[in-house]
Every structure is written in structure tokens, then in C-alpha cells.
Design a binder for this molecule. Structure first.
Ligand code: CA
Length: 526
């Protein structure tokens, strides 16, 4: 009897737990394991120090809900149908948590899903409706919705740890989806971090004043420039009454994209997050908000465009990085919990974001483009005794691969129509088994907020070839090794014509392999 139990229990124990941590819009430039110019993230770095850091991880479509759909289904946007934040997700599709649940895992999800419908395949969940709120957020639960007082990043962590303490079934392995809303726009920090980061100054990226020359026209027609398109009120947090008082001393910011149906899906007006704060919280926020507004009132009218860009960039970084600092503290709390409860050894911990983000590179905020900062996404994985500590891998891996990776690690068979590849050979350093040498990308959400043209492309370690279509027909080729900042389009350069032809052929092969085509793209036009 005892022997039998030991044998079966041991077999169950062998199945690894999975803790999947994902933030929303967390740029790799804001993780010190990748780059410590902007911020130290000692807790997220723990995952890299104890495991593997992927330096060439990317997404298949750099925008929130489509990335989440790709992660959950293991399929490209054109196959799972969630091509942008507008097209609905077909909930009859198989997502990897359902397969874990069926295989006997205990499954849970806390935080931001951003799907428009409830998650399938999770035993317990509390998720934010849509974009959710930073302050005193509402959560959708299985039985009822609830409002929880406090700061969203702390609360999502409390819910996660609370589930481990009270609901975890020790006889089963778990899959925990711990999903942060931060650092999504409009970058509202906790009151403490707001105050702390308002006093900091951050280095500017080299391309903050990019003039978009030597690029296809999509770069200059996009509406995500810090000077021209970032909101003074909702983003930079100048009081609406200050702007009003200043009258024509403040220029109007104009957009074409924000009226196109997804305005409400983006960050709300200044008042929305702030008005959710209670009296006590407002008092704390007001301490900093007053300083911002009085500085703005005094100095803005004297500034030229360069100084205005610099001012807005600092305000942006102060808030964005303050929200990251809370994420890092909270990731530390969860990692500590696993360690203190002897769960670390048998748990795969993954840290990633649903895509990258521009932190002033090319003068931008936001994402969407195949250019590096939004195409790349952070990916750190630890799995004690399996993944060697402190290794870096530069293979071209994608969020497309996550589902099959987790399924293989858990010994669950992947559906044959998933389109990624398990990263297990790379995690276990059997790199010779990895054969992919280029990845495919396709962005759809246009015309819409930020007005980034539709485009698809191929990226290898050496080159990036991009085709912009729909209302333009333009190409870009970048030499990634010689032009890592992607400032020189070589598509028409005589010295690169052989490369263009080669990359075009490889792009056609990838489109065929992944079943994408011009014909299929027409299905997603509105
Ligand atoms: Ca996102």
C-alpha cells in the first residue's frame, strides 16, 4: 500500500508547476537583466540569474489582445482570428490552460486578460474587465464582480498569494497565470512610487528626436510621437484645470486615429483613474500632481519643441518606470512565497510581456511596429535543476512557442495544429535541436488609434524585411547587425539587392508554412 502510494505520488510530484507572469507593455529596456540604464529590477532579474534570458524573443503581432490570443492558442493571429483589439476572439478554440486542466493540473488566473470574455480552463479566476483600473479596481469573478481597495499591482499579487495559501490542492501540480495590468498606459503609479519617481531624471534614448527620414512613410505618419501625440492631461498628468487656465498657451493635440472606434479601449481621460481614488488616496496623489501642474504652468510657455519633448519624456519615464518598480517588488513577493513554501524547486517561473514598448526610441511611446523595441519582448525562465542558472540565448523565439513549451514541460501532448515550437531544447541546452532561423510578423490594426500602417515581415538575426500594405505599398530592409537602431532602409540600396531577393523568398516560404496570404488578409479589412 505504502509503496504504491509513494510511486504514484512521486509521479505526480514530477509534473512541474508553472507560474506564468506577464505584464502589459513591459519593454525589455526597463528590465535591468536586459539593460540597466533606466531602472534596477532586482526581483525580475532573479529569474534570469537563476535561469535563462532570451535576447531575441519576439511577438507575432505587437498589440495586447492579439498577443494574448497567440499565447493561449499557440497560433498566429490570422489563424486564431484575433488580429487586433477589435476583432472578437472565437471562444470555441482550444487554449493551453484547458489542456492543463484536463490533464489534472489545478489552474488559476489573476489580473488582466483583456479578452472581452471570461477565461476557459481555469478553476479559479478574478480578472479585470477590459483594460481595468489602476486604483481601487473592479474584478470579474466566477460568481460576482467585486471592487478591491488599493493599487492594482499589489492587489493582483495579494490575490495570487492568497490562492496559494488557501486554495492550492497539494496533491496536484498547478498552472498559475499571474497577469499584471501595469505598466500599460496611462501609467498610474502607486502614490508612494509616484512621489519617489517624480524626483528622478532619466537618460534619453539616442533616437528621441528621430526625423523618420530613410524609412517607409509609415514611421512618419504614425501618431505616437511623444511631443505631438502624448496627452498632457491623461498621460503627463497635468490638471485639466491648469490646462484650462492657461488657455491658448497650450497647443491643441490633434489625432486622426483616436476617433476610429477603439478610443475607449485606450487610456481614459485624466479624471477616470484619478476619480476612482478615495479621499485619502487623492491627498497622496495631489502632493505630486500639484508639483507637476505648477512646474508645467511656469515653464511650458517658455519652452521650444526640443525642451517640450524632453519635459514630456521625463514625465513619461517617471510614471512608466514607477509602475514597473511596483511590478518588480510584487514579483519578489511571489518568488519569496515559492521559496518559503518549498515550491521553488519544482516550479517553472516565466516572466514576459504581451509585447515590447517604445520608451522614447524614434520619439515614440506605444508599440505595434515590427521595429525592435515593440517587436522584441522580455522572456526570462527559471526551472531549478533543469535550466542552468544565468544563461543567455539569442535564438529567434516567439510568444507563439509558449503553449507548446509549457505543454511539453508538463508532459501533455500539444494539438497538431498549434504553430509554434517547444522551447524545451533551448531551455535544456540542446541547442542543436533548434532549427528555426527566422520568424514571421503581421500587424493589422489600421486605420485605428496611433495610425500604424498594416504590415508584415520576416526577421532573421541578420536582416529584417517589411512590407507595408492596405493603403500604401512600401518595403523596408534593415541590416540588424550594422544598423541596430533601424534608421536606414536599405530596400533600394544597390548593394543589398541580393539580400532583398533572398529575404523575399524566405518571407514567401514562411507565409506558406504558417498559412498566411494576401487573400486571407482581406478577410480582416474593415
Ligand atoms: Ca500590451
Amino acid at each position: 500500500m505504502i509503496i504504491l502510494c509513494l510511486a504514484s505520488c512521486k509521479q505526480e510530484l514530477k509534473k512541474p508547476n508553472i507560474l506564468f507572469i506577464m505584464s502589459d507593455d513591459h519593454a525589455y529596456q526597463a528590465i535591468s537583466a536586459y539593460d540597466d540604464k533606466l531602472i534596477e529590477t532586482p526581483n525580475i532579474d532573479r529569474i534570469a540569474n537563476e535561469g535563462i534570458l532570451f535576447s531575441n524573443a519576439s511577438v507575432t503581432n505587437s498589440i495586447c489582445a492579439p498577443s494574448r490570443a497567440t499565447i493561449l492558442t499557440g497560433k498566429f493571429s490570422h489563424i486564431n482570428g484575433k488580429v487586433d483589439n477589435i476583432f472578437p476572439f472565437d471562444t470555441s478554440q482550444v487554449t493551453f490552460p484547458q489542456l492543463f486542466q484536463k490533464a489534472g493540473y489545478q489552474t488559476a488566473m489573476f489580473g488582466k486578460l483583456h479578452f472581452g470574455n471570461n477565461p476557459k480552463g481555469v478553476d479559479d479566476f478574478l480578472i479585470l474587465p477590459g483594460q481595468g483600473h489602476y486604483i481601487n479596481p473592479i474584478f470579474i469573478g466566477k460568481e460576482k464582480d467585486t471592487v478591491i481597495t488599493g493599487y492594482v499591482t499589489d492587489i493582483i499579487t495579494d490575490l495570487t498569494i492568497d490562492w496559494f495559501e488557501k486554495k492550492r490542492d497539494e496533491s496536484k501540480p498547478f498552472l498559475m497565470m499571474y497577469l499584471h495590468k501595469a505598466p500599460h498606459r496611462a501609467w498610474w503609479p502607486s502614490p508612494e512610487k509616484f512621489e519617489e519617481f517624480y524626483n528622478k531624471t532619466f537618460p534619453e534614448p539616442e533616437t528621441l528626436f528621430d526625423d523618420y527620414s530613410n524609412r517607409a512613410s509609415a514611421a512618419s505618419s504614425a501618431e505616437m510621437n511623444i511631443l505631438k501625440h502624448m496627452h498632457l492631461m491623461q498621460d503627463n498628468k497635468v490638471y485639466p484645470k491648469t490646462i484650462e487656465e492657461m488657455g491658448n498657451l497650450v497647443e491643441d493635440i490633434t489625432y486622426t486615429g483616436e476617433d476610429r472606434g477603439v478610443r475607449k479601449a485606450n487610456a481614459g481621460p485624466f479624471n477616470r483613474p484619478f476619480n476612482r481614488a478615495n479621499k485619502e488616496q487623492k491627498k497622496l496623489y495631489d502632493k505630486v500632481l500639484q508639483k507637476i501642474s505648477s512646474d508645467f504652468k511656469e515653464n511650458w510657455p517658455k519652452m521650444n519643441d526640443i525642451e517640450k519633448t524632453k519635459w514630456k519624456y521625463q514625465r513619461y519615464m517617471q510614471d512608466y518606470l514607477a509602475t514597473i518598480s511596483s511590478v518588480d517588488d510584487n514579483v519578489g513577493r511571489v518568488l519569496d512565497y515559492l521559496e518559503e513554501n518549498n515550491l521553488s524547486d519544482n516550479t517553472i517561473v516565466v516572466y514576459t510581456s504581451d509585447q515590447g514598448f517604445y520608451l522614447g526610441e524614434h520619439g515614440w511611446y506605444d508599440k505595434r511596429f515590427i521595429y525592435n523595441e515593440s517587436f522584441k519582448t522580455p522572456l526570462l525562465i527559471k526551472w531549478p535543476n533543469k535550466i542552468k542558472p544565468g544563461i543567455t540565448n539569442d535564438e529567434m523565439v516567439q510568444n507563439l512557442d509558449f503553449a507548446q513549451t509549457f505543454l511539453e514541460a508538463a508532459g501533455i501532448e500539444s494539438p497538431s495544429d498549434m504553430q509554434g515550437e517547444s522551447l524545451l531544447p533551448l531551455l535544456l541546452q540542446n541547442n542543436e535541436k533548434w532549427t528555426r532561423d527566422a520568424v514571421y510578423y503581421h500587424y493589422y490594426e489600421y486605420p485605428s488609434v496611433h495610425m500604424v500602417k498594416r504590415h508584415y515581415g520576416i526577421v532573421s538575426k541578420e536582416y529584417k524585411l517589411v512590407h507595408y500594405y492596405y493603403d500604401i505599398d512600401e518595403w523596408e530592409l534593415f541590416d540588424r547587425k550594422n544598423d541596430p537602431k533601424e534608421l536606414n532602409n536599405l530596400y533600394s540600396d544597390v548593394n543589398y539587392q541580393k539580400v532583398v531577393l533572398e529575404m523575399k523568398e524566405r518571407l514567401s516560404e514562411l507565409r506558406l508554412k504558417y498559412k498566411d496570404s494576401d487573400e486571407l488578409s482581406k478577410k480582416f479589412i474593415y
